[in-house]
Each structure stands twice: as C-alpha cells, then as structure tokens.
Design a protein around this ligand. Structure first.
Ligand code: KIV
Ligand code: ZN
Length: 383
C-alpha cells in the first residue's frame, strides 16, 4: 500500500499575495470549487484578519467546499485567531494555520525577542486555537534557516499543545534539497512525540528548488506538501502543485501517492491563469503550452514511431488531448508526412522529397508552419 501525501493548496493565500493576482470573492469561489473537485485535501482560503474582503472570501469558501478542509492563516496573535475562527464558522472541516518566525534572524530583527519568548508565543497560539478547532497546523516561519535543535524543541512543545500538523517552511527558498531533506529527517528522529503529528513541506522557489525540496521532504518522512497551481506565490513562487503530484505519480518506486485527479490539472491551471491574469510560461513543466510539443526532427521521428521515446507522461493523464508535432525549419520528413496525412495528403516517398524542399524554403522564413500553410506548400511542390 502506498503512503498518501496530503496536498495543501495555498493558491488562494500565498498565491493570491502576488502583485496583480488579487481576486474578487466570486473568482475565489470558482477556484475553490475547482480545487475541491481536483481532490486537494486542504484549501488555504486566505488570511482572514488581513482585510474585510479576505475575511468574506474565507466565509464564502467555507460554505461551498464539500470535501477538502478549509484553512485560515493567522499570526500567533489571539485576535487573528478569533477572526479566523469566525471566518471558518461554516466550514465542514475547519483548520487554523497559526505560527511565528523561529529563525534567529526573524527572532532578532522581526520580533526583537528571544528564543524562549518565541517558544511561549508558539505554544500559546496553538493552545488558544485548539479551544476552537481540533485541526491546528503550526508554521515555524523561516524554518529553512532555523537551528535544527531549536526547531525540534518548538515542534515538540507545539505538538504537546495540540498541533496536529507541523509546517516547516523554507520561507526564503534558501535550502538545498539534501539540506531540507536532512532537516525533515532530523525532526522525524529527534521530536519525541512526532508520531502525533504530520510534517508538512512549504517551499519557496527563490533558487528554483521548491519542487525538489518538497520531494526531498516527503522522501524523508513529511506527509503533506503545501503548493499552488502553476507555482504562483511570493517572489519566485511556491512549489507547483502539478509538478509534485506528477512526480509522485510517475515515480512509483517512491511508494507515495496523492488524492489528486490528475486529468483535471490542465483545466485547473488554465482557470487560475485566466482569472489571475498570470500567463503560464510555455516551457512550464506539466501545464505549459510546450510541455507536450515536439519540434526537432529527431524527437518528432521518435514520437511518431513511439510516443514514449520522448515523453515520460501520457498527456491524457494531465488533461492534454494529445502531444503535438510542431512544424518548424528543424522538422524532418517524418513530421511533415505525419502532419500532411492528418489533413488528408498521403504523400509517397518521391512526393514527400519534393514537398519537403518546398517546406524548408517556407519554414526558413516563418517561425512555424501551420496546417493552413500546408496545402499551399504542397501545391507549389507540383507533385
Ligand atoms: O512561506 C512561509 O513561511 C509562509 C508561512 C506564513 C506559512 O507562507
Ligand atoms: Zn509561503
């Protein structure tokens, strides 16, 4: 039996913090319903104390989400927790996500405080949240740069206070995969009550390592990944949901899976991109426009003979109808014959040679050759 990794989606909280990505409540509801049908386990719906609009969105999302837990973010501040509890009143499965910075940098520069005082605030925030909801997740902000012994102590104390999930954020995206993995393994081995909680990975992408770090986290014992659709989020973004989900699906040897219906990944990605006005880069893994497009002659020849020669994912598994063979000046005869046949021209070998010469002349002058260009090219070849 595979171990299930819970998917905690924070598109509507960490993702929506991105400048220009702000959404209306109605748009957030559309996304929340989609995330629920996609199969995410937890939807972080917002930071209720941050604004009346965000509060209202969390209230409305709590009413419509049927399956996932709905989560509200708070600082380790009683008023934040009170407001989040109110916002989550209608949620079938409410979760409070409370926490505080634990790295020496945060303790000194953000809080002008001491490790002992931060530990007390962490414990108090969890105890206070626990009076209202069973499901309390604690985040140790900047855990990536927090001393491991102190982090383990914080984890042990907040578990005793009632935390059921421990979020270990690499807030600044600084950790290397082996380092982040070692941190999770250290906590698994040094927090004596760890069997009473789930460790969660929350990685940022400042060095392009958010996905790799999250995967190292679950390999080392974490059982929840916090991520966003299209990897949107603060600065360089968060771990991309579609990437971690497909990595776990494709790498069976890890013996880990998720509850995500992967066939909905592309349409969810497009919906979020459209509503937030955030274009997905064409070469984005899994959901980018070019993720299943083949343009060099060598690759096209292979894919036409057998898809698996150049594709490790069946496009249908992520909601893409089929791979595409793109015609450019780098394409070969196999691709040209394939595309011509698709629109009704079954060319013999001699005909193909002639058409190919004509095709190259055209392709050298144009970025791409489309189906509507082909009849013209074939006519000019006088076959
Ligand atoms: O990156 C981070 O540390 C966060 C916390 C608020 C969970 O987003
Ligand atoms: Zn974050």
């Amino acid at each position: 039996m595979k171990n299930t990794i819970k998917i905690f989606d924070t598109t509507l909280r960490d993702g929506e913090q991105v400048p220009g990505c702000k959404l209306e409540t109605s748009q957030k509801l559309t996304i929340a319903k989609k995330l629920d049908s996609l199969g995410v386990d937890i939807i972080e719906a917002g930071f209720p104390v941050s604004s009346p609009g965000d509060f209202n969105s969390v209230v409305e999302i709590s009413k419509v989400v049927k399956n996932a837990s709905v989560c509200g973010l708070t600082r380790a501040v009683q008023n934040d927790i009170d407001v989040a509890v109110k916002a989550l009143k209608h949620a079938k499965k409410p979760r409070i996500h409370t926490g505080i910075g634990t790295s020496d940098s945060h303790i000194k520069h953000k809080f002008n405080s001491t490790r002992d005082k931060i530990l007390d605030r962490a414990v108090e925030a969890v105890k206070y949240s626990k009076k209202y909801v069973d499901d309390v997740e604690f985040y140790a902000e900047d855990a990536g740069r927090t001393d491991n012994d102190f982090l383990a102590l914080v984890c042990e104390k907040v578990i005793d206070a009632g935390a059921t999930v421990l979020n270990i954020p690499d807030t600044t995206g600084y950790c290397l995969p082996y380092e982040y993995g070692k941190k999770i393994s250290f906590l698994m081995n040094n927090v004596k009550n760890i069997d009473r909680a789930t460790i969660s990975c929350h990685c940022h992408n400042d060095l392009g390592l958010a996905t790799a770090n999250s995967i190292e986290g679950v390999i080392n014992g974490a059982r929840q990944i916090e991520c966003t659709i299209n990897g949107i989020g603060e600065r360089a973004g968060n771990t991309s949901l579609e990437e971690v989900v497909m990595i776990l699906k494709q790498h069976e040897e890890l013996n880990l899976d998720t509850n995500i219906n992967t066939k909905l990944l592309l349409e969810t990605s497009r919906m979020v991109s459209d509503l937030m006005g955030m274009v997905v880069q064409p070469n984005k893994a899994i959901v980018g426009a070019n993720a299943f497009a083949h343009s060099s002659g060598i690759h096209q020849d292979g894919v036409i003979k057998k898809r698996e020669t150049y594709e490790i994912i069946d496009p249908k598994d992520v909601g893409v109808n089929e791979s595409s063979i793109v015609l450019t000046a780098r394409s070969g005869r196999a691709a040209l014959a394939y595309r011509a046949k698709n629109i009704g021209f079954d060319l013999t070998k001699i005909q193909l040679d002639k058409v190919y010469n004509q095709f190259l002349k055209f392709a050298d002058k144009n970025k791409e050759v489309t189906d509507s260009d082909l009849p013209n090219i074939i006519q000019l070849a006088k076959i």
